[in-house]
Ligand binder design. Structure first.
Ligand SMILES: C[S@@+](CC[C@H](N)C(=O)[O-])C[C@H]1O[C@@H](n2cnc3c(N)ncnc32)[C@H](O)[C@@H]1O
Length: 237
């Protein structure tokens, strides 16, 4: 986190865009590390995400959450000092278009930042997170949503290099908080598997996933949980 903090401190008074903001976890992280920004805008195409993130940040005048599609949004060219995409690379329908749309919004001398969880270099506890995430992606695909498998570290670097015109200036593994999770929290985490499965209404389709769901719950209960390591990449325009 120190490295990210140091980077953010090099762009004081900045305008920041967080694309695919979800519940706003990446905005929260930036806000914890660094307060010297002018504004952070989070955009998402999902009504539910926009509602949740807006509620979470309602007391903060410098953070604004908007429902918008990055590929069809009307921010002026070169409006932001930093444009971020966190844990959303594997959610993109059209990577070439999204990279182009993000790059258009970056000021000259500004930055793009990608933060993406990886499927390799994980310990047993992190594998719980990965298994749950892969299961969620599979169920999303069953329901017709865009949600690919998690990439490995090399794939993330190659995808970013393939689609961008900017220069990669730095990349590193983000530290994962290593505190031991309480037993009741591990149980709560394992129950996420049921919530993911409950999105499927058709019982015959649900049946196909029951065995896998039970195996993942068992793995989580036996091994506990830690967040997957994330790769952070910074590019300069
Ligand atoms: C995994 S979630 C977000 C995670 C969040 N950024 C974080 O770091 O915790 C991916 C989000 O990307 C959003 N998304 C997908 N395509 C998008 C697009 N074209 N424009 C804006 N948001 C998009 C989805 O609605 C979803 O909320």
């Amino acid at each position: 986190m120190d490295k990210l903090k140091k980077f953010l401190e090099t762009i004081p008074n900045s305008k920041i865009l967080d694309v695919g903001t979800g519940r706003g976890s990446f905005i929260s992280l930036i806000d914890q590390l660094y307060k010297d920004y002018e504004k952070i805008v989070g955009i998402d195409i999902s009504d539910a995400s926009v509602k949740m993130a807006s509620k979470y940040f309602e007391g903060n005048q410098k953070i604004k959450i908007i429902k918008a599609d990055i590929n069809n949004c009307d921010f002026p060219d070169e409006h932001f000092d930093l444009v971020c995409l966190s844990n959303s690379l594997h959610h993109l329908e059209d990577k070439a278009k999204t990279f182009q749309s993000m790059e258009r919004l970056v000021k000259k001398g500004g930055y793009l930042l990608f933060n993406e969880m990886m499927k390799d270099h994980l310990n047993k506890l992190q594998t719980s997170h990965l298994l749950l995430h892969h299961f969620a992606a599979k169920i999303d695909r069953e329901l017709g949503r865009v949600h690919g498998e998690t990439y490995n570290r090399l794939e993330i670097v190659e995808i970013v290099k393939q689609y961008t015109k900017f220069s990669v200036i730095e990349f590193w593994d983000m530290e994962v908080p290593k505190e031991e999770m309480k037993e009741e929290d591990v149980i709560g985490f394992s129950e996420t598997v049921d919530r993911i499965l409950s999105q499927i209404q058709d019982e015959s389709i649900k049946e196909k996933y029951l065995e896998e769901a039970n195996e993942i719950k068992e793995y989580i209960l036996q091994n506990s949980v830690q967040a997957c390591t994330q790769l952070l990449i910074i590019l300069n325009r």
